[in-house]
Design a protein. Structure first.
Length: 156
């Protein structure tokens, strides 16, 4: 039986350090709002850290597939913005007092402002995804349709 070497978490983070830093920069830049309090809340949430597992997994998948386009950074920021928005709303619903060992944003700024900040992050993530270079569209593999063997359903 052959064995494959398994990378440690540190080795994986080291491999992707530059891309993760670029994602963090993009996340910080694109979470800024013309409404000062929303920017303040966003910066507070970003500074709280986190494992950034979602963008890490996205980067690993891109690397495994040989995808080195800048869109991987943009999409890494998008998934982290979406995740952060869900955490803000989750803390409000759960009436959480802390998040990652610090006071939750809603205990500092109140629910109304945090709903606005969470909604801003949702909106920014969608807007951010749509901006810039088009992502490649996967081409479905051509498989013969079982009914007629031509790759399309007979009714197509």
């Amino acid at each position: 039986m052959s064995t494959f070497p398994i990378a440690t978490a540190k080795e994986v983070f080291d491999l992707l350090r530059d891309d993760l830093a670029a994602i963090e920069d993009e996340f910080a830049r694109d979470s800024a709002s013309p409404i000062t309090v929303v920017t303040d809340i966003s910066q507070y949430l970003i500074s709280g850290g986190g494992k950034r597992i979602r963008p890490l997994l996205l980067l690993l998948a891109a690397k495994a597939l040989g995808y080195e386009q800048p869109a991987r950074i943009r999409l890494g920021a998008v998934v982290e913005m979406l995740h952060t928005a869900t955490l803000v709303h989750d803390d409000i619903i759960d009436e959480a007092d802390t998040r990652r060992g610090r006071p939750s944003a809603n205990t500092t700024w109140g629910n109304a402002k945090c709903v606005l900040a969470g909604d801003w992050l949702y909106m920014q993530s969608f807007s951010h995804r749509l901006r810039g270079t088009e992502l490649p569209h996967p081409r479905p593999a051509h498989h013969p349709h079982p009914a007629n063997g031509r790759g399309r359903a007979a009714a197509d």
